[in-house]
Design a protein around this ligand. Structure first.
Ligand code: GLN
Length: 553
């Protein structure tokens, strides 16, 4: 579903890929991912082929085994990598798929080095952080560049300079700048805090942050300064002088109303121009952001508002459902409406209060998840949506709960569940996939990544997709139990999408309901600004139609 379109002809560039390293200083959460994605977007719209990579300094091999409270959503790529959520931003901005090579952690680096040591690759040598770990980092940085597919690789380095665990990465950047001279650039994102008491913006933390980078031998080429207030020319010159960067290389990054404004802010600040000049790349083509601006215009001028409830168990940390929230933004723009997303903790919904809590919603989404906590609340929310004709989308565990709810309340099974929660239930309508039964390791062993799904003609989902063959990304161990399919279809819940190779049910929909869909896969991982996901687009459309019938209170 990704269109790798170059709106303008590719400029003639050298065969050698260029590398841009984005580091952060002063504070975490300054938005390195969004700055990296925005820069990549601008370079892409100038005709360059760009990809973005994230290096994460933690020891986990990948974030797949991390609780979302720790690190937000785990994003999944086509090739089944469980990655940092920033990769979702990369895909949403530049609309090209990422892969295993786009997210590397310290755990992975060490695992590769230790595996090599056990194989005997370093026989006779003492294996050390420098050169072995740094060499492995450098190798991982260049994997994408060496494919020949990209003119530019943007590498975001997680964490903040000065962190002990970031040191080998900064050292690898230092070495690469030396070895690939002229082909590497260092962009440092810092914070210029505003002191309300004195009414001043302060540059000292940025100066210190640059000093920390310098201690590791890296002179930043460009400083992107996150700020609540506009930076005066004098202040920019002061930063340039103290931090030893060119005057034009101090870029203001004002807080934006939406992350999707940031590419335009960066264009105004000429970040892409400064980058290309420093990399000696042609800047003849202007960025073409027509589609992007149209998207923003629609986003900022909604004709109507719909209230959609997101029911999940990690709602205290909204990053846990990042891709879902962003998919709603894409779908809202397509429908020229605003989606007012209401977050509901599934543990707080019960049979007694579902009606009160969920009244007034024009759509309900039940989120993915693992384990039994909050399951009953999810099932009650689904029952409310089903019985009241509220548009519903259940994703992964959300779909599994919809199946359980239907079996319990429509088919009339009493002891019904998923074997994830009740292994010995009488009617395991959701059961562990056969191949999962022999797996004991938790990391990277689910059914992960893109698999084909055949959409059945004549279903509502066929109208949504407009075609039979689609690919969707997965992350699960449990699956609809086909022994029960006939029971479901007899009662009006039909399989609308099937994996053609293994006959696994991927989509369930209700016949007698305006819009009620459960999907075993994760459509949210594939929604981008350029290609909003049809399931979200049609779900929001159904919510708009529901609002027209019953206007928002
Ligand atoms: N826990 C369920 C499974 O493993 C659903 C997973 C999910 O929602 N991503 O099948």
């Amino acid at each position: 579903m990704f269109l790798h379109s170059h709106p303008v002809t590719l400029p003639l560039v050298s065969q050698s890929c260029k590398y841009i390293f984005v580091t952060g200083g002063v504070s975490s959460s300054l938005g390195k991912g969004i700055i990296s994605a925005s820069l990549a977007k601008l370079l892409q719209t100038r005709g360059y082929s760009v990809t973005i990579q994230k290096l994460d300094p933690y020891i986990n091999i990948d974030p797949g085994t991390l609780n979302p409270y720790e690190h937000g959503e785990c994003y999944v790529t086509d090739d089944g990598a469980e990655t940092d959520l920033d990769l979702g931003h990369y895909e949403r901005f530049i609309n090209i798929p990422t892969s295993q090579a786009n997210n590397i952690t310290t755990g992975r680096i060490y695992q590769n080095v230790i595996d090599a040591e056990r194989r005997g690759d370093y026989l006779g040598k003492t294996v050390q952080v420098i050169p072995h770990i740094t060499d492995e980092i450098k190798r991982c940085v260049q994997i994408l560049g060496n494919t020949g597919e990209y003119d530019i690789v943007v590498t975001e380095i997680g964490g903040t300079v000065g962190d002990i665990e970031s040191l080998p990465y900064i050292e690898a950047v230092r070495q690469l700048k030396r070895e690939l001279s002229g082909r590497c650039l260092s962009v440092h994102l810092t914070l210029i805090p505003y002191l309300a008491a004195s009414g001043e913006l302060k540059t000292k933390p940025t100066q210190h942050s640059v000093k920390t980078l310098l201690e590791s031998g890296v002179q930043p080429d460009i400083l992107v300064c996150r700020t609540e207030h506009s930076l005066s020319k004098d202040l920019k010159l002061k930063i340039a002088r103290f931090c030893n960067v060119a005057d034009e290389a101090v870029i203001e990054a004002r807080d934006a109303a939406s992350i999707y404004e940031v590419p335009l802010l960066m264009e105004k600040e000429r970040l892409d121009e400064v980058v290309l000049n420093k990399l000696n790349l042609p800047i003849d083509n202007k960025p073409v952001l027509i589609m992007w601006k149209e998207f923003l215009h629609k986003l900022n001028h909604p004709k109507t508002t719909v209230k959609i409830g997101l029911v999940g168990k990690y709602v205290e940390l909204k990053d846990s459902y990042k891709s879902i929230a962003e998919s709603f933004i894409h779908a809202a723009a397509t429908n020229e409406c605003k989606v007012d997303l209401k977050w509901f903790h599934s543990e707080e919904i019960s049979a007694e209060n579902a009606q009160d809590k969920l009244a007034g919603l024009q759509g309900i989404l039940v989120a993915p998840g693992f384990g039994s906590r909050g399951i009953n609340g999810k099932i009650e929310a689904i029952r409310y949506a089903r019985e009241n004709g509220i548009p519903f989308l259940g994703i992964c565990l959300g779909m599994q709960c919809a199946v359980i709810e239907f079996a319990r309340n429509v088919i009339g099974f009493e002891d019904v569940s998923t074997t994830e929660i009740k292994p010995d239930c009488e009617h395991p309508v959701i059961d562990m996939m056969q191949e999962q039964k022999k797996i004991s390791d938790k990391g990277g062993t689910m059914r992960l990544g893109a698999y084909p799904c055949r959409v059945i003609e004549g279903t509502k989902m066929f109208d949504v997709y407009g075609k039979t063959d689609v690919f969707e990304r997965h992350r699960h161990r449990y699956e609809f139990n086909n022994d029960y399919l006939a029971d479901f279809e007899k009662h009006g819940m039909v399989a609308a999408g099937i994996n053609p190779d293994r006959n696994l049910v991927e989509i369930m929909e209700l016949k007698d309901h305006p819009w009620f869909v459960g999907v075993q896969f994760h459509p949210e991982y594939q929604s981008t600004v350029a290609n909003p996901h049809p399931l979200f687009v049609h779900f929001v459309k159904a919510a708009v139609e529901a609002a027209e019938l019953k206007p928002v209170e």
